[in-house]
Design a binder for this molecule. Structure first.
Ligand SMILES: [Zn+2]
Length: 69
């Protein structure tokens, strides 16, 4: 068994399963707002947050009209 140590500042915790296999990225949307997107590899939960407040996916998609996903 091998363990990989990740720097603490890159660790994000899944709000659903509390797992740490989370990919978290910050994006700036077209309206200038900055949102944090996190995707959990354990339970596949995805969440969007802005300023610590969780956003609804439809709100995010309304702000960011990306040509491809
Ligand atoms: Zn999870």
């Amino acid at each position: 068994m091998s363990l990989v140590t990740t720097p603490a500042r890159h660790l994000a915790t899944c709000p659903r399963c509390a797992g740490t296999k989370v990919t978290a990225i910050t994006m700036t949307l077209h309206d200038g707002s900055c949102v944090d997107f996190s995707s959990c590899h354990t339970c596949e939960a995805r969440s969007w947050r802005q300023g610590g407040q969780e956003l609804d996916i439809s709100t995010v998609l309304g702000k960011a009209r990306k040509p491809r996903l």
